[in-house]
Design a protein. Sequence first.
Length: 125
Amino acid sequence: MKAWLVLAGLSLGSGAFAAEPANISGTWVTQTEVQGIAVNETCALKQAPDGGLTGTCDTSGGKFKLTGTVKGTSVNFSHPAAYQGEDSTVSYFGKLDDESSISGSLDLQPLNAGGTFAMKKQQSK
């Protein structure tokens, strides 16, 4: 009986030592593919303690502010964009693969275009 109580106490107490959620703050190199067209961005992300995400993405079309959220391994954000003179919004729906890699799908509106993306975190110097 005592052994069972000790094991039960250990399993209940193990939550106190659970790993902190990943913080993805930093500079990320993003490779996207939208309907066969490759686009590269460099995004500076800042994650708040509540999982809110802000920052900028620097693209060939300009530098754009982003907003989003991080919840568990789910990373979602969006930023304005310009394509052939038309204002649009790029929305990213990703998964944190590991501490330095995010991948997923994207949606470009109002152009009704979709694609994929992969992000790699740059190492701090």
